[in-house]
Ligand binder design. Structure first.
Ligand SMILES: [Mg+2]
Length: 292
């Protein structure tokens, strides 16, 4: 069997430092358009949520954009959203039955590569309970391919990539399908600044960092740049450092990265107080619980 993650295991350092970079919401200002115009309409359509579309939209946005689960892989996000929606008083009052996430949860306990291709295999293997999840996921991909164009990287991203390349190997670490990542990084001519583009097919973000960087560089020379708690977790479970791109403050974050943080990291002075202050601001930027 061909394991897509083998490219990460085979990866060899060419520079002193390693920097992993998330894509959606970190490099690209693409979270709003993808979730609001692509994921949410297909969530409503494929799970029969038309009678509670307003609440379905609020729940989807909360899970994927405005809470601690921001940026999570689409399958756990779907499970979480179905669960939260079913418990909303407005939904209960309308006697709308929300599909159960149980079959999806069962699959996710067995599968670490939560991708369209692994789900396709599961459904082709006879798991009919996941047919609607696959139809939704495919529809989302088609919608994104059709609609999401011309969304450029945040200001100073290309310049930052160029600058970090002088001393670091860079890699895209994302839970987006690889085809979309390759299209988006090529469209804006920034793919040439990274060694590998790792998407959902190569495993979780924690696995990406573990296979590509852990043990190949000293831990204090590995940095993960991201906009979501999942990016922070991937860094910390590998003993690596984390630089947050603050949701809502992305431009300032890239400015600080370009002007200051990158040099601090290269100087070996990033760990400790400098990182702690950034992480504290990051933790304060997203709520844990919904307001409804
Ligand atoms: Mg992100």
């Amino acid at each position: 069997m061909n394991d897509p993650a083998q490219a990460l295991r085979d990866f060899q350092p060419t520079r002193e430092f390693f920097i992993g970079i998330d894509s959606d919401g970190c490099v690209f200002d693409s979270m709003e358009i993808k979730h609001k115009e692509c994921f949410t309409p297909m969530f409503i359509k494929h799970f029969g949520l038309q009678p509670v579309s307003k609440y379905a939209r609020e729940v989807w946005d909360f899970v994927n954009l405005y809470s601690k689960t921001r940026g999570v892989n689409r399958f756990p996000a779907l499970s979480n959203a179905l669960d939260l929606l079913a418990k909303r008083p407005e939904v209960i009052a309308r006697k709308v039955s929300v599909p159960s996430p149980d079959p999806l949860d069962e699959w996710m306990t067995r599968e670490t590569k939560l991708s369209n291709s692994s789900l396709t295999k599961e459904v082709q293997g006879g798991n009919r309970d996941l047919e609607n999840v696959l139809a939704w996921s495919n529809a989302v991909n088609a919608m994104i391919e059709d609609l999401v164009h011309g969304v450029p990287p945040f200001p100073l991203v290309p310049e930052s990539l160029q600058k970090l390349n002088t001393q670091a190997d860079a890699m895209v670490i994302s839970q987006t399908p690889a085809a979309a990542l390759e299209r988006e990084w090529a469209e804006h001519d920034i793919a040439r600044h990274v060694r590998i583009i790792a998407g959902q097919e190569m495993g979780t973000k924690t696995e990406h960092l573990k296979f590509a960087a852990a043990g190949k560089y000293p831990a204090n020379k590995i940095l993960m740049v991201g906009d979501a708690p999942g990016d922070f977790k991937a860094a910390k479970s590998n003993g690596a450092l984390f630089y947050p791109i603050l949701p809502g403050g992305e431009e300032k974050s890239w400015q600080r990265f370009f002007d200051e943080a990158l040099q601090v990291f290269f100087a070996g002075e990033y760990a400790g107080e400098y990182e702690a202050e950034l992480v504290q601001a990051f933790n304060a930027s997203l709520p844990e619980k919904p307001r409804w």
